[in-house]
Design a protein around this ligand. Structure first.
Ligand code: FDA
Length: 391
């Protein structure tokens, strides 16, 4: 039996950060992971540059059955706190857009910063370890391929189900269930949406086109780029809305947000009406998209030949395009897993299970999922930090 004070399952963003904090308090910390390297998702994140936080982090930018739950941890360990650490480590960074902070160099710098801090704090990292049964017996006992570990505190930081190829498993959910903790429904988030065959047949010529747009589902809307693909829709605006969209429902796309297209077209009709309608529209949209929208609206011919009702139809097509995706690309490509260990089962301040003292859940395994743009790492740091103060 190998004894320690804090046993952390998962050497991802949340587990590493929690391990540093707990070890700095003088706790004997062991982190176990079945992967051969720590922080693999950090390494591939943000296109290899790691979007490590977002300056505009607020609880409203997280999806959860109880969005207020995240406020405590996010408020106690803030983006500025993590940024200060990045600067102390001498890692150059920049704001790309919308408060999203990235490394100038490589995401590996963040992994190195965390593993250096972990080593300096005296925590032990054990990789390539398979985790078996977990039970309570004078603390928590975890059976592994490297023998049994016993600890007073057990921190589950095994992430979600996204990208199984990179080692994602449902282990954290199984542990929660075994201890009687409630789970909320899990589904892929921040994921491209797929279209039905008949829609794809029409949108096929658009594959590769990207445009700034406003995508809406219900009351939620995002102003970012949409990318048309061979399977359906992608780009940041689509990934964002995918975390809200529900199967069987439609989304609405405004391909010219903030533009009075009707007024523009009527003006063009008066001044230069001889031009073909799709060419008139191509002044505002990529050519392929303009031709598509005109065909979808059932129109053809010159701009001058269109009545107001026809122009209204075109405007509705371009600025209120309603589409019903058939599904998503699933966990294979999803950046995150929505849902997870119910926030009702956890203390917001510590991430400790209310009914099982000493058992903690942090990071993506919890039913707290951020928007695209660095929010998910901030949740990993904040929740890891909060648990690390008490575990
Ligand atoms: P994480 O998944 O990082 O770590 C879990 C760890 O547990 C892994 O090391 C895994 O091997 C281990 N584990 C799982 N099951 C196990 C088992 N059965 N036995 C032993 N170990 C087990 N977010 C963001 O804010 N900015 C960004 O730029 C990006 N970019 C990005 C790109 C891509 C391609 C993806 C897939 C995701 C992102 N994300 C992101 C999301 C971000 O990566 C994610 O939210 C965090 O990594 C979650 O941190 P966790 O520590 O909770 O889980």
């Amino acid at each position: 039996m190998q004894d320690c004070d804090v046993l952390i399952l998962g050497a991802g963003a949340a587990g590493l950060f929690c391990g540093i904090e707990a070890a700095r308090r003088g706790r004997r910390v062991v982190i176990l992971d079945h992967a051969q390297a720590p922080g693999e998702k950090i390494r591939i994140s943000g296109g290899g540059r790691c979007n490590f936080t977002n300056l505009h982090t607020t609880p409203e930018r997280f999806v959860s059955e109880n969005p207020r739950f995240a406020a405590s941890a996010l408020g106690r360990y803030r983006p500025a706190d993590f940024l200060a650490r990045v600067e102390r480590a001498g890692i150059a960074w920049h704001e790309k857009t919308l408060g999203q902070l990235f490394c100038d160099g490589s995401a590996r710098q963040i992994v190195t910063m965390l593993t250096d801090d972990l080593r300096a704090a005296g925590a032990e990292l054990r990789l390539g370890v398979s985790i078996g049964a977990v039970r309570q017996a004078a603390g928590f006992v975890v059976e592994t391929s490297e023998g049994s570990f016993r600890a007073a505190s057990l921190v589950v930081a095994t992430g979600g189900k996204s990208i199984p190829k990179m080692g994602a498993t449902g282990l954290g959910y199984r542990i929660a269930e075994a201890f009687g903790l409630a789970l909320t429904e899990t589904r892929p988030g921040l994921v491209p949406l797929t279209l039905a065959e008949q829609d794809l047949a029409r949108t096929a010529p658009l594959a590769g086109v990207a445009v700034p747009a406003r995508v809406r589902f219900g009351r939620q809307g995002f102003d970012e780029a949409v990318l048309f693909t061979h399977r359906g829709l992608s780009g940041p605006a689509i990934l964002q809305i995918s975390s809200y969209w529900r199967e069987g429902e439609s989304i609405t796309i405004d391909l010219l947000p903030g533009t009075d297209l009707g007024a523009l077209l009527r003006g063009q009709r008066a001044s230069a009406g001889k031009v073909a309608l799709h060419n008139a529209l191509a002044r505002h949209l990529p050519e392929r998209l303009a031709a598509f929208a005109v065909a979808e609206a059932g129109l053809s011919g010159r701009l001058a030949d269109q009545g107001n009702a026809a122009l209204d139809r075109l405007v509705a097509q371009v600025q209120g395009w309603t589409l019903r995706p058939v599904g998503s690309e699933g966990y294979r490509t999803a950046e995150v897993t929505l849902g997870g260990v119910s926030t009702a089962a956890l203390e917001a301040r510590t991430l400790q299970a209310r009914a099982v003292p000493g058992l903690f859940f942090i990071g993506e395994v919890v039913d707290v999922t951020g928007w695209l743009g660095g929010y998910n790492f901030q949740w990993a740091w904040s929740s890891g930090w909060a648990a690390g103060q008490v575990a």
